[in-house]
Design a protein around this ligand. Structure first.
Ligand SMILES: [Zn+2]
Length: 119
């Protein structure tokens, strides 16, 4: 698992749970249907930006409203001489795994002073 948890400054565990909850039917979404479990998009590519744009969610946890598929989004930025690149990487996880990760995260936050999740 990547260090996406550190990227969330003001995590809202309940909002994350709402995103993680539910079942996925990939065939219900033409954009999710043919994607592998890990998928990277470059910001400047219209077709791939469409994929990023069709997801909803909070922070780095995203959900497709059509298929219910849950993704963790990681964003990386690379400076290149000919123009920089923003890369978004999506890791599709099962709802069970998503809930498990949110639970782990909530436990970590509860154990770390000064960074409590919202009640
Ligand atoms: Zn979708």
């Amino acid at each position: 698992m990547a260090n996406w948890r550190r990227l969330l400054k003001t995590p809202d565990i309940e909002a994350l749970r709402a995103v993680a909850d539910g079942q996925a039917k990939l065939e219900a979404c033409p954009l999710c249907k043919d994607k592998p479990d890990e998928y990277a998009v470059l910001e400047k590519d219209d077709e791939e930006s469409e994929f990023r744009g069709h997801l909803q969610g909070t922070g780095y946890l995203k959900r497709c409203p059509a298929s219910g598929a849950v993704y963790f989004q990681e964003h990386s930025y690379e400076y290149l001489a000919g123009g920089s690149e923003d890369e978004y990487r999506f890791e599709r996880v099962t709802p069970e795994r998503a809930r498990q990760i949110v639970d782990e995260w909530a436990a970590e936050l509860a154990a770390s002073p000064g960074d409590k999740p919202k009640a």
